[in-house]
Ligand binder design. Sequence first.
Ligand SMILES: [Zn+2]
Length: 98
Amino acid sequence: MTLEELQAQLENGTLGDPPPPIHRQFAKSPQEFPSIPCEDGRPDCRATPSVLVDSRTMYDWNGEGEDPNRDKIMCRECAADYNEQMDSQWADYNNGRM
Ligand SMILES: [Zn+2]
């Protein structure tokens, strides 16, 4: 889609909802990596298979070292925990409690 087409669709209201981010999709259409162990979940969790989970943090990052907002590789259980935790943190943030 070109920018002009996008603009036109925005203006006449035919642009559908954007696709949900991957962490919202993963329950429906999981993209699994059968041989990659969980890396970013609970400490010492090395469960397989893993799924790629969109990072939901917005830490300041000066571009040096590891990106703290990179996407996460986690088993489904840790991914569910992560999303639950992030849902609650963002809810707190949006409600002005953080
Ligand atoms: Zn895990």
